[in-house]
Design a protein around this ligand. Sequence first.
Ligand code: GAL
Length: 920
Amino acid sequence: MYFADFPPGAGRLEPRAALRSDAPSLDLTGDWRFRLSSVADLPDDFAAPSFDDSAWDVLAVPSHWPLHGHGAPAYTNVVYPFPVDPPRVPDENPTGDYRCVFDLPEGWSGGRLRFEGVDSTFKVWLNGHELGFSTGSRLPAEFDAGPYLVEGANVLAVRVHQWSAASYLEDQDMWWLPGIFREVELTRSSADLFVRAAADGTLSFEGEGLLSIPELGVADLAPGTEVQVAAEPWSAEHPRLYEASFVTAEETVRLRVGFRTITVEDGVLRANGVPLVFKGVNRHEFHPDHGRAVPYETMVEDVLLMKRHNVNAVRTSHYPPHPAFLDLCDEYGLWVVDECDLETHGFGQTAWRGNPTDDPRWTQALLDRMRRMVERDKNHPSVVMWSLGNEAGVGSNLKVMADWTRERDPSRPIHYEGDLSCANVDVYSRMYASHAEVEAIGRGEEDPLDDPELDARRRAMPFVQCEYAHAMGNGPGGLAEYQELFETYPRLAGGFIWEWIDHGLTHQEYGYAYGGDFGEPLHDANFVVDGLVFPDRTPSPGLLDLKKVFEPVRFAFDEGTVTVTRAVPYPLSFPWALTADGTVVAEGVLEVPESPGAEVKLPTLPEVAEPGELWLTVRAVLAADLPWAEAGHEVAWGQTKVGEGRREPVVTRGRAGADLAGATFDSRTGRLTGLFGLDVEGPRLELWRAPVDNERFGGLEWNWRTLGLHRLTHRIDSVSREDGVLTVRSRVAPAATDLGMSVTYRWSDVGEGIGLDVHVVPEGEWTLPLPRLGLSMTLPASFEEVVWFGRGPGEAYPDTGMAAAVGGWGASIEELQTPYVYPQENGQRADVRWARLTGGEGPGLRIEGEPVFGLTVRRWSTEELAAAGHLTDLRKGERVHVHLDHAQHGVGTAACGPGVLPRYELRAGEARFAFRFTAV
Ligand code: GAL
């Protein structure tokens, strides 16, 4: 059976470059007839032109059939959803038969049927004649249609199997989504060329035809001839392209040539001679409604979003993207690591027994994939590295792929992460290495390989993190610290965040579905939802932080001056603003010379009558429109505190005879029963938070729950009133352990408002970090709005929130929530000096902290948030839940990679903090 055998295809034409040709072509996308069967062993009768398909469904090409009511999507990360017994596959093998009738234009003869992407194996018939079959889901395949085309109506029949031998090679961490998911055309183009254009202006090409680049004075260049031209080099920051034409006897091809050179010199990766640091993301092709059949506008949206968030590189994890995406990368400027459609991760489950990467029976299939990628994408200046694949173990076939590639294209380094020996590659690549390990590699002090020769080779290589900072749920933490390393050690060529987008599929009941939501018996839950943008491509806080960390312009403030460094060639302007307690009191524009680094005097700031805390913020914005953003787009910002302001001490520890006007207490328990007439519950000590994905998958949640932090008990030990201070002593502890927190709450009249001073002393040996340390309280549901002076506008945790600036901010309670597809702790506003909650009946409440505090306000409890599996589980309740945190634990990236860095851990220790509550 062809679909359960080693050969990667039959009847196909040689692979060639994706090109824009003026040769006639017939777009065959559109509505095709479709029938789904549950098995693969079916008669071929449907391929006959006379076959009656009138009872079949209609299905759009391109698309995935499970997203159109035929079967269902399924998600697994590492494991194969079928028995590992290569090259065989189960009898239950969803098989889609497609039929398309097209009219041949008059005078048409010959041509190729070109399929851009079919998942996973397909066989093709034209007018009843079998043309062949192909594998390699994310790669084009062409068949010679010429001999079988007929005048008038032609019948194209395609049989697609979900499972095939090729499925063993396509075990990427993503939804299994079969179907003809990229375009199909009949084309009379057959041209192929390979342009070699270097940064020093040398130009030549291979191919049968003549090349012209009018702008550079190149006319009718013959293949194999090298010329020297005066071309500006192409780079991600300055993606200079030259329009070229390639003329053969049959057609004229238009292409855009970029001149650039990638080298490794002295262990440093360089582009056009300059050290190259990837500020990259891993991009899967994904759309919440269409899966990997990504509309063109969505590709443009991805590129624009990346550029606008200071991303300069993409790894096409883990397969070649739609060819149009690479055109966009050429045009807008993104460095690309183009990755072969190869992953055999599931063999890891069986100790890599039978791994195709190391089995000669699979050599042709693996080489076929590599060749087809290189041939398709070889003319893109944006593509600066070829990757042999992802997580495919080690083995002899890697060498075959690498040797062929090096021979065919010596101009690009080869990448593969899965073989630590780096025997076949040109760069040392790792995923999820800790900061400490990256630093050791940066210094050239990594642990040696056993083989001294290989070790010496690897030690001379530049280093990339092909995946780091797993962006699952709330996070990733630790971004800034990685970037600092990348910018410190020349050997470090940066890396690629895992990953660009959450693969949540649109779902009626759940909003966005993840693994298991379609009833898959074997799945990896929400591990597929780990992106920097939500499924609808709204940037998550993680992307906003990344933008800050990747800023190509930096501000270093000093007494009266700021040093501005910039690494991008485009014109910028530098508006500044002075704020007092978050309100703008003066504005201007800073004159900054265009040099890469300049020390500039800060503006003379006006005297401010009612000072408050004074902050000077300087922004770098585009001074003119660029293809990817308009003038005024913010590229970078920095701020510095220029005045402390006056802050009343929040708590004056009680005044004799004063009563606690505005607050009512239960005299027996000391529990606050009312505040300025508001019905309140709490505040009381809270240690628990709804675990974030990094805690769920990294093991910390389990430890926390075992300790019982989600079921704390509160015991009142004493209530006393003295000198106008109400003192409540309490012990907060989980059951079944002798660990606890002794908490003293002191309530006092502080002139304006009610003060609450909290003193926490841990008891016993606390070894685990705490989720949070702070107060929680609830208020009536009528509260709507929050205004605060602190960091914002977005959320921030100890190791995230680089995008959050000190200022005056406001949001509705709904807007304060970050809609992580899998509900978890979110939405904290950090370093809050004061906040005002208002809306509905009764007075508003102003809360001032000493020191600053973390503010979280939501319409559901922590328990409800922790229990929810989808956002649709969260409903507005009877109360507004408010957290006033002295501290929280960082979020790290332990779902995949290192946990919270020690400096961002929240360790149990004695703590004092205070709040003042006032009615407003
Ligand atoms: C890596 C893998 C990615 C993804 C990630 C976890 O090991 O290469 O495809 O699975 O882990 O999200």
